[in-house]
Write a protein that binds this ligand. Structure first.
Ligand code: ADP
Ligand code: AMP
Length: 217
């Protein structure tokens, strides 16, 4: 199954991707997670990326294209892939298409999680995350024990870029640079819109319904 999970920041891509990856046994590839791991490890790439991430701007295309090319070449992608947070620009989408041709794993569907901006701000400003990749919300998806990850027991924290001014900048970047990909993938008959404003289980059921209808292997 070769899928892009698309949508603005806070649409629920990470939340859904984690469940979908378990359900369909395909790797969840989040470029945001890869960049944050590099920031955490203090790599050269991480130090460069942090300058952009802290401001809510996109990291340059050539950096992301290199990351995704390497990641898709790993053996676990034999079973397919679930991309989350990539592509975010038209040059990234063009590069993805070339990479997927090279590895003979063409994209089958782009699921666009549609959520209004004001809801995104509420979601992102209440988000708490864990190092293991889990994402919670103070109100909409709280952990069983306040401040502690249900899965691994580690302490939850707020992302540096989940502050209101940075959130607004991320939404501007999304509308200017990423939103045009809806037309890009629509023109290629790959786009399916999913109402992302329902609760987490409802959205999951809608996605499963679409993917099962496509009967992707
Ligand atoms: P993205 O990966 O698209 O940036 P996340 O999956 O991290 O978004 O979700 C952003 C925030 O919204 C998190 O706090 C998450 O718990 C919460 N969330 C995700 N899906 C929903 C939903 N359907 N309804 C309400 N809150 C949600
Ligand atoms: P995310 O975890 O998807 O919300 O991404 C967090 C931040 O990482 C973004 O605000 C960008 O600065 C950077 N980032 C993640 N993916 C990409 C991408 N495909 N292109 C450019 N920047 C990215």
């Amino acid at each position: 199954m070769n899928v892009v999970l698309f949508g603005p920041p806070g649409a629920g891509k990470g939340t859904q991707a984690k469940e979908l990856s378990n359900h369909y046994k395909i790797p969840h590839i989040s470029t945001g997670d890869i960049l944050r791991a590099n920031v955490q490890d203090g790599t050269e790439l991480g130090n460069k990326a942090k300058e952009y991430m802290d401001k809510g701007e996109l990291v340059p295309d050539e950096v992301l294209i290199g990351i995704i090319r390497n990641r898709l070449a790993e053996p676990d992608c034999e079973s397919g892939y679930l991309l989350d947070g990539y592509p975010r620009t038209i040059p990234q989408a063009d590069a993805l298409s070339d990479i997927l041709t090279d590895i003979d794993k063409p994209l089958q569907v782009v699921l666009n999680l549609d959520v209004p901006d004001e809801e995104l701000v509420i979601r992102l400003s209440g988000r708490y995350v864990c190092k293991c990749g889990n994402s919670y919300h103070l109100t909409f998806n709280p952990p069983e024990n306040t401040g502690i990850c249900d899965t691994c027991g580690k302490e939850l924290y707020q992302r540096d870029d989940d502050k209101e001014d940075v959130i607004r900048q991320r939404l501007i970047s999304y509308h200017n640079k990423t939103h045009p990909l809806i037309k890009y993938y629509g023109d290629r008959d790959l786009l399916v819109n999913i109402a992302g404003a329902g609760d987490i289980n409802e959205v999951f059921d809608s996605i499963i319904h679409v993917l099962d209808m496509y009967d992707l292997t």
